[in-house]
Design a protein around this ligand. Structure first.
Ligand code: FES
Length: 580
């Protein structure tokens, strides 16, 4: 889409509240003046909502109050009027049953905050996994000019001289304890070393992946994704974004101009190159659904196949976000994609420039962190979308985090009916399982958990770990933390709780996985599958009330982004009726 800046000056939507001399205008202005705002702030300049997901219970975003001050400084400098607004903050590490259940609630609440208040444009202050997609979904649905500023990753963690990554080493160390290779005391001592500073997970987990997605979509200023939370350049980025959003409101540069199909294709290829999280799949599908872009799981498979994973970061590789920043960060990756013919160079960004103009001069300062294609972690990165009679609507796997010897495998199913069943059985040495089996977990999808928890990377049984085995095929309708790894098949759709074929897998069934052929097959006669499906009954009760009921009743499948059906699409930001 060719973008032509709007004329300026013109009347902005905030003037529907603040303009004029009538009773309502005085009501809207007068009460705000109790905060000491001079009258000329209401003269028609852009009002910028700083939508802040700061919360002391979202530790990854715990520093965003200070960062908001830098955004405000930028907005003031550019002649805007900044107002900081608390936004629903779904923390990955504290919210139960899972932060994912609240991504859509956050998106809904922030969308209405943006639409229902005198806001002309927004800076989205985000960081922890779900906060980035939820605010992007809100921005897409309101289509108000918006810029993403992420809080940035934590500094590197170190334990006993070894680099330790958020999440990645939690899974590794916990398996090592189970295998008897690490003491419980060392495990506890490692806890503090994993989180050395403010910021998000320092691996290429979901937070870093979504920060990269925001930048690749063109919704953040170039270079935003990798700057560490405590680096002074993070604060500069916040201030520059504050300046930029004022211009974008004047130009009327809206998300729908930026997030077109080309932008999503750039983001998908970027996710392949960085070895990004499988969670990016559901989030990008959901954001695309809000902005009206036709994006499917097949796009993920098609676009990711030829993208080599060149960013050597945990969980797929060796380094952490701090080193990615020092190497040049995402602009280097985007330049590589552009040089390889894998980037829509003319895609528009929030800077008002094409993405290629932002990255064409990027320099790689460390060829072991951002590798040349000849030394890629995997030649075919991206996300593999498997289909078959076990996943008619698809399931996903991250090849760069999987074991090559398991990419084609036939094994006996060991079934866990839900996460409680898994926890009750997995440590029992009497469990009939070995490393050739395929672990199957049901009822952990969007409806089933409810909320599609990150439990798909089930820990292996201790008796297998003690043999030195570190990976087995695992299949579920759940998600997996972006910091996790293994041959883990996720998002199996339709999910078990919706009566998908996963629901009728039984212990002892044989399952075939062939990643190269994109095949996921339950080796049971068709008539038998049909009979089991006909006899299937839901095993879990629908939540009786509250948001859990709303979510379970209206959530769509993972294959289309797990959004609530009534929230899809762009509703814009009409100013509505006066409040009095
Ligand atoms: Fe918040 Fe990883 S848990 S960013």
């Amino acid at each position: 889409m060719t973008f032509k800046p709007a004329t300026w000056p013109r009347k902005l939507r905030s003037q529907e509240w603040f303009g004029g001399t009538g009773r309502d205008a005085i009501y809207h202005r007068g009460w705000l003046k109790n905060q000491g705002y001079p009258n000329d702030l209401f003269d028609g300049r852009p009002v910028i909502g700083i939508m802040n997901t700061w919360s002391e219970l979202t530790p990854c975003n715990g520093h965003l109050r200070e960062l908001a001050e830098k955004v405000k400084a930028g907005v003031w400098e550019a002649g805007g009027f900044p107002v900081e607004v608390p936004a629903f903050s779904a923390s990955e590490n504290t919210f139960r049953p899972t932060a994912m259940m609240f991504r859509n609630l956050a998106a809904l609440s922030i969308e209405e905050q943006m639409r229902g208040q005198p806001i002309d444009g927004a800076v989205l202050l985000v960081g922890c996994d779900k906060t980035t997609p939820s605010l992007l979904m809100a921005a897409a649905s309101t289509d108000l000019p918006s810029i993403v500023v992420t809080g940035g990753p934590m500094l590197n963690g170190y334990f006993h001289g070894e680099r330790v990554g958020s999440g990645t080493h939690l899974w590794k160390f916990s398996e090592a304890v189970k295998a008897g290779e690490m003491s419980a005391e060392d495990f506890l001592e490692a806890e503090q070393s994993m989180s050395r500073s403010t910021g998000t997970c320092n691996t290429m987990g979901t937070a870093s992946s979504m920060a990269s997605m925001a930048e690749a979509l063109g919704m953040a200023l170039s270079g935003n994704a990798a700057i560490p939370a405590v680096d002074s350049r993070r604060r500069v980025m916040a201030q520059m974004s504050g300046r930029q959003i004022v211009q974008n409101v004047k130009d009327d540069l809206r998300p729908s101009y930026i997030m077109d199909k080309k932008a999503f294709e750039n983001a998908i290829r970027t996710n392949g190159a960085i070895g990004g999280s499988t969670n990016a799949v559901v989030h990008l599908l959901a954001i695309a659904g809000r902005v009206g872009v036709d994006l499917t799981l097949d796009d993920w498979d098609r676009l990711g196949r030829d993208v080599a994973t060149i960013v050597n970061l945990m969980p797929s590789g060796d380094y952490l976000m701090e080193e990615f920043f020092y190497a040049g960060g995402l602009p280097v990756v985007l330049k590589h994609l552009g040089d390889s013919g894998l980037l829509h160079k003319d895609a528009l960004t929030v800077s008002g420039q094409a993405i290629w103009d932002e990255v064409k001069d990027a320099v790689n300062h460390n060829a072991d962190v951002i590798r040349p294609v000849e030394k890629a972690l995997t030649k075919q990165g991206g996300i593999a979308v498997l289909k078959g009679n076990l996943a008619p609507k698809g399931a996903v796997l991250k090849p760069s985090a999987a074991s090559p010897h398991l990419m084609q495998h036939k094994g006996r199913a060991v079934v866990f009916e839900d996460i409680d069943d898994y926890k009750a059985k997995i440590n029992d040495d009497a469990l009939d399982i070995d490393e050739t089996c395929i672990m199957v977990l049901k009822n952990c999808g969007p409806k089933g958990y409810p909320g599609m928890a990150e439990v798909g990377n089930m820990g292996l049984p201790p008796k297998v770990l003690k043999k030195g085995i570190t990976d087995m095929i695992r299949i579920s309708d759940a998600r997996m933390s972006g910091t996790a790894y293994g041959t883990v098949i996720l998002h199996t759709s339709p999910e078990a709780a919706a009566g998908g074929p996963l629901a009728i897998v039984q212990n002892g069934d044989m399952i075939e996985v062939d990643v190269a052929a994109r095949r996921l097959h339950l080796d049971v006669p068709e008539q038998e599958i049909a009979a089991r499906l006909a006899a299937w009954q839901p095993t879990h009760d629908q939540p009786p009330s509250g948001y859990a009921w709303l979510h379970s009743t209206h959530v769509e499948g993972a294959d289309t982004g797990a959004d609530l059906d009534f929230l899809k699409g762009c509703r814009g930001a009409p100013v509505g009726k006066e409040s009095h």
